[in-house]
Design a protein around this ligand. Structure first.
Ligand code: ADP
Ligand code: MG
Length: 732
């Protein structure tokens, strides 16, 4: 009997939900208690220090070095009341996870009476040198110093996890180049802020700051920890490389929005409590489409904070799941033929006067503003569709994109029929060279004024669109579940910043020619609407017709990750990032190289796991079962007459041959794969290596899997070594 598998099943079946007790029935009693937020700062900091830090948070002002000692000491006082003993700079290197290096507050003082003091001062707050020389740097650190520095980011508050004070930081090289996700994100947010403020001046002179907002929706799977441990592929790659579909899959949709299984529910309760303590405003939870798949979403926040909160959430999920004897799977496609997981990035722009720039307003003027931001976003997406595709290109997401369950690998924008009509009207009514008559103007304005009512009735949603307008925000749906949102958010905010700058230039040029402001805005909006028409698609994004139609429209279809990553280093990308001041050419190219290397490494690990599981777990069991059949047939031969034997042994002979056939395919393909890998590993160009892993090695996984899954259907269930899909997916 396959001991590990059956022990795991037994363990999973015998578990009961963990008891979870909230610190208080009222969330407001413990919301944010582990965050050094504005309230805590006001309490622990001297007034003048607090107001300077506030200025840094709200307006991006630099915190003067001379006050950092005071900031550090108040932070320490607050943290030590929570029994905190260590501190760490918390940052987001290009590995995709977060990094920390803990130092004790403790400092020996040789000549004093008690020999130690608790020390944490300004210099430790502001900068650390983690000497994390193994983190990816894309060649940036080789030529200069190996050192990387972390530097305090006051715009994201410090927080406590366990006994450690975590200080959000950026991570840069000795020569100042970004080595993390955060640095370019902050620059992009700053750029879109300035560009949007400039455009807002056409409509409202009071706007001084515009924040990009992000509300993510995190999808994930849960699996019992014993079953997880019995699947080396899940442990090492986060996904199952083998496994036949269960008799029952997700076709009944009975899991979707159904009642949440008890153990999962207990997990969510504790996860939410931990999140609330850290000021992560998680609000929504429900079952997702696939069995054992769930989603959690917060109230949206300013993007920098939302990104930190998502990174923290993924971390906490893992910790809390372990307490519940479960593991959380954040991989985009843990199970073949079952829906994968994504992370919708809901995005908008909000002014410091409290206006959501993608929400229609109460009068024609504010709706002109709404149309301005709507159309400029569409134009930005149209001009940069390839880069937006590159932003979400990872080994894991490759399984989802274009797989008829997630948005296609073709980027398009959905806005709904009513807004489409509105844009059509704009195009037909506004004239390029002649002012509108008073009547025409009134009519158009009246229609523009009707947008909120139109949208109220407009319930059409398109789940197949990768970039959809959903009433008061755009939803970038193609982001992978394990991704750091920074990739998508840096690119989106950068392209919108560039587009808004262009808009301002174009409108000002018209005004300079004597065209009235409103008229100038409408003309430019018309021009953009026409120019970007091809990116708008209201139909079924999963259909084959769309692939053809998109090709006719000249939209790109970058199917694989290496192909999509090409765009990260294109001339257009480099000049975009340089122009907006988000990254230098060197930084862009380093990032591309890191992305290729990460892809190669992940596929390489998968290849090893596929090879190992196939050769050392599956084939021995298949051969064992085959031997049993052979012995059985031999036994029959000795007791039956020839004619009786022919009749009864045929089925078993077929099974024996069948096993031989699949064993041969598995064995030969694994060997071929090893040879190919040897050849590919010698290639030195990162792109070439990634492409070969994608085009040559990955297809072999499918060939091997097909035969392994057939063997799973043939071999005696009692000896099959790996937990099966029905056990992984339906054991709560
Ligand atoms: P869905 O139907 O896609 O579940 P919801 O209206 O429930 O949509 O919102 C989903 C997400 O959108 C939530 O995370 C929410 O915080 C976010 N969201 C709502 N408004 C905005 C906004 N103005 N900017 C960014 N995100 C937003
Ligand atoms: Mg959504």
């Amino acid at each position: 009997m396959a001991t590990i598998r059956f022990k795991a099943i037994e363990a999973a079946m015998s578990r009961t939900p963990r008891e979870v007790i909230a610190p208080s029935p009222k969330i407001s009693d413990y919301y944010g208690i582990n965050v050094f937020d504005k309230k805590a700062m006001a309490e622990y900091m001297p007034k003048d220090i607090y107001s300077q830090v506030l200025d840094a948070i709200n307006n991006g002002k630099q915190v003067e070095r001379k006050i950092t000692d005071a900031v550090a000491s108040s932070m320490k006082a607050w943290a030590m009341e929570k029994q905190v003993t260590h501190y760490t700079h918390w940052f987001q290197p290009l590995t995709g996870t977060t990094a920390e290096k803990h130092d004790a507050f403790f400092e020996p003082v040789p000549l004093s009476d008690n020999n130690v003091i608790e020390r944490f001062d300004g210099s430790q707050l502001v900068q650390q040198e983690p000497d994390a020389s193994s983190l990816p740097h894309g060649g940036i650190r080789n030529t200069f110093e190996a050192r990387g520095y972390t530097a305090w980011d006051p715009s994201s508050p410090a927080f406590v996890i366990g006994k450690t004070l975590c200080i959000p930081t950026i991570y840069i090289s000795y020569t100042g180049e970004a080595l993390d996700y955060k640095t370019p994100l902050l620059k992009a947010l700053n750029a879109v802020d300035q560009a949007a403020v400039d455009v807002c001046q056409y409509f409202d002179k009071n706007v001084k700051k515009v924040n990009a907002t992000l509300g993510w929706e995190q999808e994930y799977f849960l699996v019992d920890k014993a079953l997880f441990a019995a699947r080396p592929d899940l442990v090492l790659t986060g996904r199952t490389v083998f496994g036949h579909s269960p008799a029952k899959g997700q076709e009944l949709d009975d899991h979707y929005f159904g009642s949440i299984p008890e153990r999962a529910n207990a997990f969510m309760n504790e996860l939410e409590i931990e999140c609330m303590k850290l000021g992560i405003p998680v609000k929504t939870r429900h079952n997702e489409v696939a069995p054992n798949q769930f989603e959690c979403a917060p109230v949206y926040e300013e993007t920098n904070l939302a990104v930190d909160h998502n990174q923290l959430l993924m971390d906490i999920m893992d910790k809390v799941a372990r307490k519940h004897n479960m593991r959380v799977l954040l991989h985009e496609k843990p199970y073949a033929n079952v829906n994968g997981s994504g992370k919708h990035n809901n995005w908008s722009l909000a002014t410091d006067t409290g206006v959501n720039l993608l929400s229609p307003g109460k009068n024609p003027k504010s709706n002109m503003q709404f149309l301005t931001f709507l159309i400029n976003t569409i134009k930005a997406v149209y001009d940069n569709e390839r880069l937006l595709r590159a932003a979400i290109a990872t080994a894991g997401n490759e399984h989802r994109l274009g797989a008829n369950e997630a948005p296609p690998a073709i980027v398009s924008v959905f806005i709904g029929t009513e807004l489409t009509k509105m844009l059509d009207e704009l195009v037909s009514k506004v004239k390029d060279d002649k002012a509108l008559t008073a009547d025409e103007k009134t009519e158009l304005k009246l229609n523009i004024g009707k947008i909120p009512e139109i949208l109220l009735d407009n319930t059409d949603r398109n789940r197949t669109s990768p970039f959809a307008f959903t009433g008061n925000k755009f939803e970038y749906r193609a982001v992978g579940s394990s991704a750091n949102c920074s990739s998508a958010m840096t690119i989106l905010n950068t392209i919108v910043a560039k587009q808004l700058r262009q808009f301002k230039k174009d409108v000002d040029a018209q005004i300079k020619k004597g065209v009235k402001k409103d008229e100038a805005i409408l003309r430019i909006l018309k021009k953009y609407t026409i120019a970007s028409k091809n990116i708008r698609f209201e139909g079924n994004g999963y259909g084959e017709e769309w692939v053809k139609e998109a090709a006719k429209r000249g939209l790109s279809h970058l199917r694989t990750t290496p192909e999509a990553l090409t765009e990260l280093g294109s001339k257009q990308t480099v000049s975009l990032f340089e122009e907006i001041g988000v990254m230098t050419k060197r930084e862009v190219m380093a990032r591309q190289e890191i992305a290729y290397e990460l892809y190669t490494n992940l596929i390489r690990i998968e290849a090893r796991v596929v090879g190992d599981l196939a050769q050392n777990h599956i084939l021995p069991i298949a051969l064992k079962y085959q031997n049993q059949l052979i012995r059985n047939v031999q036994g029959l031969k000795s007791i039956l007459s020839d004619s009786e034997f022919k009749e009864s042994a045929n089925v078993q002979l077929e099974m024996i041959k069948n096993i031989s056939r699949h064993v041969k395919v598995v064995k030969e393909t694994v060997e071929k794969m090893i040879d190919e890998r040897r050849r590919i590993n010698k290639l030195t160009d990162p792109k070439e290596r990634a492409s070969e892993y994608c085009d040559v090695v990955k297809p072999m996984f499918d060939i091997i899997r097909y035969s392994v899954d057939k063997l799973e259907l043939t071999v005696d269930d009692e000896i099959w070594p790996l937990p099966k899909y029905r056990e992984l997916l339906f054991n709560h």
